[in-house]
Design a protein around this ligand. Structure first.
Ligand code: URA
Length: 207
């Protein structure tokens, strides 16, 4: 699996804000939005473009647009906070949804909804989930996408655990991971260490 760890001072500062336990919900959401922008920007760096003629107010010129705008797939609920920035940067993107809750006892993913196009054979897909912890929810999502013939998949997350990366590798799905950090590992409750806590609770408040 190809892994890109985005090493940038602005990304590191935003991640620091998100990690800090004193950060309020609104400030956490704002930092997540801004950091998502940096991650999307890096993820799309080599995206194929097509050229087409335009006219500026002054002269004829050449414009570019994405060859194949992606499908954005936030994994609910924590991935919701990443969608707005991603769709602002890629206005032609379509959006699908996968809902997976985590069983706090077993740490197993519990799916509760999916809304995805049937055929993704010619659509790049960007999966949005701030945390790659055990990898259970992500492997479940990748299985769904593979069932719809997705071949070009990028996983975008803020923090990844080595255990989650190993789970993606073991799953055999050919994906690319773009993240702001690979942390030390998981604790006994399957939280990422040092991580940033529960990314859903930190955005939306505790359930
Ligand atoms: N999900 C989270 O929100 N945080 C973790 O640390 C692990 C999974």
């Amino acid at each position: 699996m190809r892994t890109l760890v985005v090493d940038h001072p602005l990304a590191a500062a935003l991640l620091t804000t998100m990690r800090d336990a004193r950060t309020t919900n609104p400030t956490f959401r704002a930092a997540l939005r801004d950091l998502t922008g940096i991650l999307v920007y890096e993820a799309m760096r080599d995206a194929p473009v097509e050229r087409f003629p335009i006219a500026t107010p002054v002269a004829a010129a050449e414009g570019t647009r994405l060859n194949a705008p992606p499908l954005l797939v936030p994994v609910l609920r924590a991935g919701l906070g990443m969608v707005e920035t991603a769709e602002n940067l890629i206005p032609d993107a379509r959006i699908g949804f996968v809902g997976v809750a985590r069983d706090e006892e077993t740490h197993q993913p519990t799916p509760y909804m999916e809304s995805l196009p049937d055929d993704l054979s010619s659509t790049p897909v960007i999966v949005l989930d701030p945390m790659l912890a055990t990898g259970g929810s992500m492997v479940y999502t990748l299985d769904l996408l593979a069932g719809r013939k997705a071949r070009d998949i990028t996983v975008l997350c803020v923090v990844a655990a080595p255990e989650g990366i190993a789970a993606l590798e073991k799953s055999g799905h050919a994906v690319r991971l773009v993240t702001a950090s690979v942390d030390r590992g998981l604790n006994s409750d399957a939280y990422i260490v040092p991580g940033l806590g529960d990314a859903g609770d930190r955005q939306f408040g505790p359930r």
